[in-house]
Every structure is written in structure tokens, then in C-alpha cells.
Design a protein around this ligand. Sequence first.
Ligand SMILES: CC(C)(COP(=O)(O)OP(=O)(O)OC[C@H]1O[C@@H](n2cnc3c(N)ncnc32)[C@H](O)[C@@H]1OP(=O)(O)O)[C@@H](O)C(=O)NCCC(=O)NCCS
Ligand SMILES: [Zn+2]
Length: 206
Amino acid sequence: MGGAVKPLIHATAVVDDGAMIGVGTQIWHFSHVMPGARIGEQCRLGQNVFVGRDVQIGNRVKIQNNVSVYENVTLEDEVFCGPSAVFTNVREPRSAFPKDPATGFLPTRVERGATIGANATVVCGVTIGAQAFIGAGSVVTKDVPPHALAYGNPARVRGWMCACGQRLPLSATQASGQTACSACGRAYELSDTRLRETQAAARAAA
Ligand SMILES: CC(C)(COP(=O)(O)OP(=O)(O)OC[C@H]1O[C@@H](n2cnc3c(N)ncnc32)[C@H](O)[C@@H]1OP(=O)(O)O)[C@@H](O)C(=O)NCCC(=O)NCCS
Ligand SMILES: [Zn+2]
């Protein structure tokens, strides 16, 4: 009692030899984790989630039903993947001319705390910045800066999101400005179209 909580792997899930699953992580019905994959602590993988060979997933990541995290996709801590979000790893796939994973797969990185909405598609070779938010059904074709709210096809930056998930009162067209989140008090500064947190919620509340 009181020790680390072992991963919970449902009887219908398949975790291949050589995959590593952190303490407290839950893997639910019909999910499959390939050899060499590394999933951190306190993650939750829903039903029918696939994690490819050598994929790295951080701590406290939530992956909803029907998401495939293919080889060369990296999810940092606290990333949220909505149901049926789609990752890719080959930009110009052809059945008759398969790519060599070592040279033909493009990396995709989702940085800490970012959210990918339900049914969004992420075309490979992009970085989704920390705490960025991708709207449902979007098609991401370019890098998304930290804290940006991007949606549509193709996904464009339409605004800015607090770490807590509240939209900030800054427009996508302004290059600079300051604001605070009405929900949690975190303060932000926008300069050169990059958003930076200047005051954390706890300090703001003190
Ligand atoms: C993007 C989102 C956060 C809404 O942001 P918001 O700032 O409150 O946006 P609004 O609802 O005010 O909509 C603003 C405009 O963008 C459009 N819009 C909102 N979300 C959109 C999306 N995902 N794709 C395309 N357009 C979208 C709205 O239709 C509206 O258009 P209009 O100005 O022509 O009327 C939300 O729509 C979303 O996609 N959330 C993700 C939900 C999800 O996938 N959850 C998964 C876990 S269950
Ligand atoms: Zn907030």
C-alpha cells in the first residue's frame, strides 16, 4: 500500500514486449502499443488507441478513442488528443513505393500541454507549440506557435489560449499586447506574434 500504482492495461489491449509504460497509466479496450514505445506516468489511452514503434509519450497525456500515434510522432507531457484525431508520418505516400522509416518519415512534435481537437488531422513535419489549441476537425499543415488557437482547413491562427483552456482577449491580427486570463489569472505578453506567460496563476492570485 502507498507504493507506485502499476499501469492498468485492459485484458483486450496488447502491449508488445519492449514497450515501456509508466506508473499510473491506463490503457483501455483494444488498444495496441508497439515495441520500443515509451509512455510516461499517469497517462490515459482510451479505446482503440495505437502507439507505433519507438513513439515517445510524456506524462499525464490523454489520448481519446480511435487515435493512432504513428512512428516519428512525439507527444510531450500533458498533451490532449481528442477522439479520432489523425497523425501522419509520410507526406507523399504511395503503396507501390514504400518509404524507409529512417529517411522517409517526417517527425511531428506536440509540445507540452497542447490540445488537438476531435477529428483534427496533423500533416507530418510540423511542431504544435506548448499549450497550443487545435480546433475540432482542423487540418494542420504548418507549425503552430505556443498558446495559439488554430482551426479550419487549413488551420490558421485565430487567437490565443490560456494554459487553462480559456480563450484570451487578444486578436490573431495584433502583433503585441498584454492580457490576463479571466478564468485563472495567468498573465501574458504578446510580442512579435509570440505569446509568453509573464505571471503564473498562483502568483496572480496571491
Ligand atoms: C475552437 C473552439 C475551442 C471554439 O473556440 P471559440 O473561440 O469559442 O470559437 P466560437 O465558438 O466563438 O466560434 C468562432 C467562429 O469560429 C468557427 N469555429 C469554431 N470552431 C471551429 C472549428 N473547430 N473549425 C472551424 N471553425 C470553427 C465558428 O463557427 C465561428 O464562426 P463564425 O465567426 O463564422 O460564426 C471549439 O469550437 C473547438 O473546436 N473545440 C474543440 C472541441 C473538441 O474537439 N473536444 C475534444 C474532446 S471532447
Ligand atoms: Zn486561464
